[in-house]
Design a protein around this ligand. Structure first.
Ligand code: DUC
Ligand code: ZN
Ligand code: ZN
Ligand code: ZN
Length: 452
């Protein structure tokens, strides 16, 4: 059994939806069902704190529904997702929350929570942040990118951070300088540069570094906790590390695509690069070593997927002839636990750190611990039996996400999910999926447990 705090040989006793006890092996007791995990790891179910199921985008939707996306999550050993409710400009936060409940409630195979994207900062929505927090949604994403859509000015960010500080909420930041990026995009298009790689070239890492520093400064001025989402660039990591060295409540996540994929993928010919368009963009390969180092030093605390799948056919195609119109996002909810286990296999992170960044820290960061993120008496029995020696090859032909390609097609992995329990029910085992759409429950979340 592996927790973030260490690995021990133990039998995990499950009763109903909860973990009842941890027993010394050999103290066998009568059980209705025994899952033999000899030679395997028993870990807390993965928590993917950043997904986008059926997210509206330019007249289309991200390809996974809550049903298909949470089923794929379960296959990959993730038993909790936190998805983003998206405030459309001119609408209220609470009606947005209702809308996302309508999409997700009764339709999830594993447990789920929400963050709120605040795209319209005004007196009403600032006040509504309090109601959101009371409804178990106390983390608020804002954008320094996408002028005219989600973009918030520094003044708006400042006001939302003041409110977050007041209510103990965490501001999650998409930190890229969208004003400068929009100029670079317009210039590239004016020169006839339309291929997917231009998406990466017009969003240079310096503009992520700059925005990250600015967000950190605004957080310092307001005293708000800041969680930088999908950090991709060494420049941004430097800014986070400096802030953390001063003791500021600044945290960051990265995503598997930034650890394993690069600008070279975005440069693939014949529009294939479109499969790799996400924001921030994939970076030159040199950034990867920095990100792994950040995971070891805890300057990066969490790995989430930013799972936002768009089919290559029909959806990514919208951007043929204009890279700026390619829907942003890479599918990944099914493979995060496996891809991070490769970090253990390659000696980048320890076994315990694997559990910490994929389950325990997201649970604590987003107020789900000790119910989630740990194998301990009283916790929900979200348990994964993981076979560290099994081999698998990632392919769209065998994955369960509702998307027609894999960004990791052909990648060979060591380690594979063997059995998955969600609140005491076996939802995946060697025979297949035994879960049920509607089993997943909405999780109201407590405050960030890392705040000092
Ligand atoms: N940011 C996200 O977090 N997800 C999808 C697109 C984006 O810009
Ligand atoms: Zn973002
Ligand atoms: Zn996202
Ligand atoms: Zn079975």
């Amino acid at each position: 059994m592996v927790n973030a705090t260490g690995a021990v040989a133990a039998d995990v006793l499950v009763e109903g939806e909860k973990i009842a006890a941890l027993l010394t092996p050999g103290f066998a007791i009568a059980a209705d069902r025994v899952v033999d995990a000899a030679g395997k790891y028993v870990i807390p179910g993965g928590i993917d704190a950043h997904t986008h199921m059926e997210m509206p985008f330019g007249g289309t939707f991200s390809a996974d529904t809550f049903a298909s996306g949470t089923t794929a999550a379960a296959w990959g050993g993730t038993t909790t997702i936190i998805d983003f409710a998206v405030q459309a400009k001119g609408t209220s936060l609470m009606s947005t929350l209702d809308k996302w409940h309508t999409k997700a409630d009764g339709n999830c195979a594993v447990d789920y929570g929400f963050h709120m994207i605040v795209s319209d900062v005004n007196d009403t929505s600032l006040k509504e942040m309090e109601s959101c927090a009371d409804a178990g949604v106390n983390s608020f994403k804002m954008f320094m990118a996408y002028p005219g859509v989600f973009y918030a000015t520094d003044g708006e960010i400042l006001r939302a951070m003041q409110k977050a500080r007041e209510i103990g909420g965490t501001v999650m930041m998409h930190a890229e300088n969208g004003i400068a990026i929009d100029q670079l995009v317009a210039q590239a298009l004016a020169r006839g540069r339309t291929a997917p790689v231009e998406h990466g070239l017009t969003r240079p890492p310096e503009l992520e570094g700059e925005a990250t520093s600015r967000a950190i400064t605004l957080a310092a001025v307001t005293g708000a906790p800041l969680y930088v989402v999908h950090l991709s660039a060494a420049q941004a990591l430097d800014a986070v590390a400096r802030a953390r060295d001063t003791g500021q409540n600044v945290f960051a996540e990265t995503c598997p695509q930034y650890l394993y994929l690069s600008l070279e993928d975005l440069a693939k010919p014949d529009f294939e690069g479109a499969k790799y368009v996400a924001s921030p963009p994939l970076r030159p390969r040199e950034h990867q070593a920095e990100l792994w180092r950040g995971l070891r030093t805890n300057d990066l605390s969490v790995v989430s997927t930013d799972h936002c799948p768009f089919c290559f056919k029909d959806q990514k195609e919208l951007g043929r002839g204009n890279f700026a119109k390619i829907p942003n996002g890479i599918p990944g909810v099914e493979h995060r636990v496996d891809l991070l286990h490769q970090g253990v296999v390659r000696g980048e992170i320890s076994l315990e750190r694997w559990v910490e960044i994929s389950s325990t820290t997201p649970a604590r960061m987003f107020g789900l611990h000790p119910r989630k993120g740990v194998i301990a008496p009283g916790a929900d029995a979200d348990v994964v039996v993981y076979d560290p020696r099994a081999r698998q090859t990632i392919s769209a032909a065998t994955h369960h996400m509702a998307v027609d390609y894999s960004a990791y097609e052909g990648m060979e992995l060591t380690g594979k999910v063997d059995t998955v329990l969600s609140r005491g029910r076996v939802v995946v085992d060697a025979e297949g999926f035994h879960g049920r759409i509607g089993h997943g429950r909405f999780l109201t979340r407590e405050l960030n447990q890392y705040l000092v």
